[in-house]
Design a protein around this ligand. Sequence first.
Ligand SMILES: [Zn+2]
Length: 364
Amino acid sequence: MRVETAACANVVGIAVLRLMDSCRAVNRCRRWLHYTAGPLIRAGYNGRCATRRQRRPRSTNMSWFSRPKSKVKPLPEAQSERVVRTEGLWFKCEECNEILWKKVLEENLSVCPKCGHHYQVSARRRIELLLDEGWQERDAGLVSNDPLHFSDSKTYKSRLRNMQEKTGIRDAAICASGKMHGQPVELCAMELQFIGGSMGSVVGEKLARAAERALAGGHPLVVVSASGGARMQEGMVSLMQLAKISSMLAMLDDARIPFISILTNPTTGGVTASFAMLGDLNIGEPKALIGFAGPRVIEQTIRQKLPEGFQRAEFLLEHGFLDAVVTRHDMKRYVARSLRRLLNKPAPTPAPAATPDPAAPATA
Ligand SMILES: [Zn+2]
């Protein structure tokens, strides 16, 4: 009797376990039954749940709940990287310490929108800011031939080559013919990034040729200076450029053709000592450093403390070395208006307002 009862219990137990086994929701119940039903049931259920550590693989065809498959395709590993690169997008103003977005600074013509500090801009950008569209670059192919075969820490030729690769221009000035508010002009802008905007034989030649074109065409000449002075690698040849440009400017003066000099930060050395200060109008940008020797050298030479704002555009304006200090935003309008006055040309008349058509029916 006990044997029959045990066998019956064994069969029933196995059936119950197999039924429950297909149902994940009652796995706990099955496990409880497995551990509490005793060795008799475990013996009949041999091989499936024989040991406590052995686990059956989960059933996949009888789940109560199913998770819908996502329709969104996962991104590749490289694209799914959630990193936003902000390096180089922000800029701390050296004057007011304000944190600025570089794009805002560029849209504001590289002038700090908080304090008005004027940052340097490239020669090409200067020309774009001052001339109307459609200007034409001149003498772009002129290259220095290293007249002294100069070499310091590295050869002058390799220095020139590096600068040409870095800036994309052949020497430290870009000259262009174009129009400024409709007035034809010859414009030259110096590139400070090219060996400190130093003036060598190429810069001198480009400026002299621009003056020749101005003389031939009767157009005004405008030069935007940004320079550390004469180029020491060309020695005496660079110093000769001072006389060459100055003599060309004298010829413009004799022909009563205006020459406007715009001095930006910094304009020093031989450039200040020659053509930059020979304009019919000498215009400075706000707080531009303008001088021959630097303030530190002067202070050490004369052994005196220099006054506040010494060699800055506002200081020079106050002491009669400059005619005006004009912001970058107003520069084109100011120069164009000055040229019209120097050339005795009338101001451009505004476009006439649209006149009503007499044939049109009057409205009440
Ligand atoms: Zn600022």
